[in-house]
Design a protein around this ligand. Structure first.
Ligand code: F6P
Length: 550
């Protein structure tokens, strides 16, 4: 330890040991690792709940994994994990506990922060949400004119949008198919315009989701939605009660906006925005899939929480995934991480993970405020795999970059898929397995030659392989499995933040742009001179005004 806190990560003997080990590995190839150790395919797998993880296609040996676990022990990942689960204020820059795990704990659990057990309040809100969701689903909840609600529009951004929007897509097969669900996030008026243009206000419910209830995009969209509703209904403010509910920690701002706090579903400052879709923020999802399915999802989260909390390091999946990311990011210079789901329903999964990972670990000072001297969070990217295969996989296979990837797939298609489409599922999954194989083992020049390819084309048709992947397989994409997957990634991100000694739970990096946008807006609308505006931005503002005819 040094005077300001723990030892610098890159000066720890465990870090040095990993650097040395990396040097010794040199240009090792996955082909060689499999040839030398045929048992690795069986050994390097884990089962967590319904998730089967195959991590054999990684550039690791037993020794690598041992050294990585030693790094986790030296950086006391388990200590920080236990402090999080205990409700300690590990979000040191905001002086907050980090208790998203309490959102999915059983009702009998006792989890305290500031001396108060938070579990009863969590359960109370879940029950209120359930009653409300059932009323909307059954038609018992009526709009201002007495008609039932047919469309729910969630207005929120970041964690107040990405989670419910992602989970709604993921669990579409479980949703109330006679209702529509839409998600508005962008302050670009086009988003709200497209979401409501074909809707009847008498049958529309707006859910305004905002932890702070001050986020400019959300409040602007919610205000415009209220105008649209009231003018469409030809009604006064009293109509808002039946068409607007709020999800927030800020009851004062909710009532200031004109939403009855009886129609507010609460959560707490110890739930980070990007960790919040299993809180009241998930109300739109709960209306879509019903309270019972929502509870199943929470149970899936909890299963992985318990695994992370109690499984020994050798069997701890989030620990393993976090350490593998550190291995590539810090010792192989990988800059990004691809998440490639082989499921149409997971079309928004990677976008969701982008906030989870990049807002959490996109940091460059450590917990003591000193600049880090090592790489932190990767760029996370990806789209459903089959589509990616016909777009950016070329770069994965034959480009110059090291990009570790996760391949996700399910053994069974969703239950309500039409029978003639079920057969397509094997083709989808064949693609997943083929890609994992091709990325790892490639195709050597000799193999290309043996196919009779002309010599001048051999280099072009060779695949170097050696691209590491984790394959995550589950029987089906159920609510519980989705919860398990999200908790797996949440805790993976946690592990990495703990090792890097950064605070994964603040997001000061989003503030500057917000402040500057507020300053620049009057320059656009009224031509106000903004003091200190740089020459480039001033020129762009002038051009914008000219193009707008101002
Ligand atoms: O600006 C970033 C952020 O604070 C995210 O962390 C958060 O998920 C999002 O904005 C939305 O915030 P709120 O729920 O308070 O509207």
């Amino acid at each position: 330890m040094n005077a300001e806190g723990r030892s610098r990560l890159d000066q720890m003997p465990e870090w040095t040991a990993l650097s040395k080990h990396r040097e010794q590995m040199g240009e090792v190839h996955l082909r060689e690792l499999f040839a030398k150790d045929p048992g690795r395919a069986g050994r390097f797998t884990l089962q967590v709940g319904d998730l089967h993880l195959d991590y054999s296609k990684h550039l690791v040996t037993d020794e690598t994994l041992r050294l990585l676990r030693e790094l986790a022990a030296a950086t006391d990942v388990a200590g920080l994990r236990d402090a999080m689960f205990r409700g300690e204020k590990i979000n040191i820059t905001e002086h907050r506990s980090v208790l998203h795990t309490a959102l999915r704990a059983p009702g009998s659990a006792v989890i305290a922060t500031d001396g108060e057990n938070v579990v009863p309040a969590v359960q109370h809100v879940l029950t209120r949400m359930g009653t409300f969701a059932d009323r909307v689903r059954s038609g018992a909840w009526k709009g201002h004119t007495g008609r039932r609600i047919k469309t729910v529009v969630n207005i929120g951004i970041g964690g107040s949008d990405l989670g419910p929007a992602m989970a709604y897509e993921a669990l579409r097969a479980y949703t109330h198919r006679d209702m529509q669900f839409r998600f508005v996030s962008n302050v670009d008026g086009a988003d709200l315009h497209e979401a409501v243009r074909d809707l009847d206000p008498a049958e529309t419910l707006f859910i305004v989701a905002s932890k702070t209830f001050t986020t400019i995009e959300t409040i602007t969209n919610a205000t415009s939605a209220r105008d649209w509703l009231l003018s469409g209904l030809g009604a006064g403010q009293e109509a808002v009660t039946k068409h607007f509910v709020a999800l927030s920690t800020n009851s004062e701002k909710v009532s200031e906006f004109g939403i009855d706090t009886d129609n507010m579903f609460e959560f707490w400052d110890w739930v980070g925005g990007r960790y919040s879709y299993d809180s009241a923020i998930g109300l739109s999802l709960m209306i879509a899939i019903g309270p019972e399915r929502f509870r199943e999802m929470l149970a899936g989260f909890h299963l992985v929480d318990e695994h992370f909390r109690t499984a020994p390091p050798e069997e701890n999946a989030p620990l393993l995934l976090g350490l593998l990311g550190i291995w590539y990011g810090n010792f192989w210079d990988a800059q990004s991480h691809a998440v490639l789901p082989y499921s149409h329903y997971l079309s928004k999964f990677t976008a969701y993970l982008q906030q989870l990972d990049m807002e959490s670990n996109g940091k460059s000072v450590d917990r003591e405020g000193r600049p880090v001297g090592w790489q932190t969070g990767p760029v996370v990217w990806g789209t459903p795999g089959t589509n990616g295969q016909h777009a950016y996989y070329q770069l994965l296979h034959q480009g110059t970059k090291m990009i570790p990837a996760d391949l996700l797939g399910f053994a069974r298609p969703v239950e309500d898929l039409q029978p003639h489409l079920v057969a397509q599922h094997d083709l989808l999954m064949a693609n997943l397995f083929a890609q994992g194989q091709a990325l790892a083992f490639g195709k050597t020049a000799d193999e290309v030659r043996a196919e009779g390819v002309a010599e001048e084309l051999v280099p072009h048709r060779t695949f170097q392989g050696n691209h590491p992947t984790t394959t995550i397989l589950a029987s089906e994409l159920s609510p519980s499995v989705l919860g398990q997957l999200i908790a797996l990634y949440e805790h993976k991100v946690f592990v990495q933040g703990a090792v890097w000694n950064i605070n994964s739970f603040d997001q000061w990096g989003v503030e500057l742009g917000k402040v500057l946008a507020k300053r620049v807006e009057p320059a656009l609308t009224e031509g106000v001179i903004v003091p200190g505006l740089d020459a480039s931005t001033a020129g762009l503002v002038a051009k914008y005004r000219e193009l707008r005819g101002r």
